[in-house]
Design a protein around this ligand. Structure first.
Ligand SMILES: Cc1ncc(COP(=O)(O)O)c(C=O)c1O
Length: 404
């Protein structure tokens, strides 16, 4: 018997074509530059540990102890009880009463977001996502064959959401509103008035609100209150993790906290079902959560001061460059400058030219959903001050040439 073999390549799913993640996609270009002998300064990924900030010792000790105590087994899908209780107690202390039953421990904020969108959005469904956005949201929606509808954040108003624009985007297919506050990529913290307006908007339209509060402890003036404090009965699911304010992004350990509104009961049950399917998140790392939220946090004020100093330097240097403007961030470690590009050039053209000429790697604004001709880019300013000074020297002379 002769066997015919088919030699055609195995086809991939269409959805992959819609899936982009500029923050990491741009690295392929940087690797080429590095191979050609130029030192690359990676200002693309918001990882404080990569820039020398240290994971607190007591968290490492808790994970080590858990491993030595034999907690290397699978855990409950929703997370170990001690971690869920610590998360619930933290939100409750901060004014948003949460029951441990409605907390899920996840592989970072990222997995919580994916579980939630998977639980509420069908193919063809729409989700209101900020523009610029952290690109995970659009990437997950692409995987679900659903649509991100972008609502504008307005650079001329300190990157606050444009509420009129938001209102104009609602259709019968709209399922949820994503709010990232404190924000990546802009570094903005929204005013209480804006926060209330966002919750009222969601309430009027019967939408779930996903509040991404992963930078909540990194306001330069101190921790930012959770959205749920403003309205504990709102249909809010809040996301956070050990990645940023607890300096352990590689542990892939985070949580989602579902508000007590009965309107969320079905969503909680759906998330529980999906969470069962992925067994559990990394178990030993969950043993650090109670210590993180209830133990020594003395690293946080030190970290916030370091971030503020870097933000101040960043803004002073960027705003002194002719043709560059930037809204001052008030939290996290991102700034979103705008370059007054010559006609016909895109943000990606500028970012790639900067990379090739100087080795400085940023992410173009269109990677966060902004129109490419607007000339925005995101800088991660976690590097030490002396290194940032060198980076901004390189950027200043490159930009002067580029815009000449
Ligand atoms: C706004 C925002 N949400 C979620 C994440 C993902 O974080 P995690 O490491 O908790 O998955 C990030 C990471 O940069 C982020 O900036």
């Amino acid at each position: 018997m002769t066997i015919t073999k088919i030699h055609a390549p195995i086809a991939t799913a269409q959805r992959v074509n819609r899936f982009t993640y500029a923050i990491r996609n741009i690295v392929a270009e940087a690797v080429k530059v590095e191979a050609a002998g130029t030192r690359v300064r990676y200002l693309n990924i918001g990882d404080p540990v990569a820039f020398g900030f240290k994971t607190p010792d007591h968290l490492i000790a808790a994970v080590e102890r858990a491993m030595r105590d034999g907690h290397n087994h699978y855990g409950p899908s929703a997370g170990i009880p001690a971690a869920r209780m610590a998360v619930a107690a933290e939100y409750t202390r901060n004014g948003f009463p949460i029951s441990a039953e409605r907390v899920f421990i996840t592989a970072g904020t990222s997995e919580g977001i994916e579980l939630t969108l998977g639980a509420v959005v069908d193919a063809g469904g729409e989700v209101l996502v900020p523009m610029p956005t952290y690109p995970l949201y659009t990437a997950v929606l692409a995987k679900l064959d659903a649509h991100a509808k972008y609502y504008r954040l307005d650079a001329s108003h300190g990157w606050m959401p444009d509420l009129e624009h938001l209102e104009s985007l609602v259709t019968p297919s709209t399922r949820a509103l994503v709010v990232i506050d404190p924000n990546n990529p802009t570094g903005a913290v929204y005013s209480t008035e804006t926060r209330r307006a966002l919750l009222n908007f969601a309430d009027r339209h019967g939408l779930l609100v996903l509040t991404d509060e992963v930078y909540g402890d990194l306001g330069f003036e101190g921790p930012v209150e959770p959205y749920g404090k403003l309205d504990p009965d709102a249909a809010i699911i809040s996301f956070s993790s050990l990645s940023k304010a607890f300096l352990a992004p590689g542990w892939r350990t985070g949580w989602m906290a579902c508000g007590g509104s009965p309107r969320l009961d079905g969503v909680v049950a759906a998330v529980r079902k999906l969470a069962d399917g992925r067994l559990c998140s990394t178990v030993p790392m969950q043993y650090a959560i109670a210590g993180a939220l209830e133990g020594d946090r003395s690293h946080q004020p030190v970290f916030r001061r370091a971030l503020k100093a870097r933000a101040d330097l960043t803004i002073a240097r960027l705003c002194a460059m002719p043709g560059v403007s930037c809204v001052a961030p008030t939290a996290a470690f991102y700034a979103m400058p705008r370059i007054a590009l010559p006609p016909g050039r895109t943000d990606e053209d500028y970012v790639k030219a900067l990379l090739h000429a100087t080795g400085v790697l940023c992410v173009y604004g269109s990677g966060f959903g902004l129109p490419a001709e607007e000339g925005f880019l995101r800088i991660v300013f976690l590097a030490p001050l002396d290194e940032l000074t060198e980076i901004y020297d390189l950027m200043a002379s490159f930009t002067a040439d580029y815009l000449r």
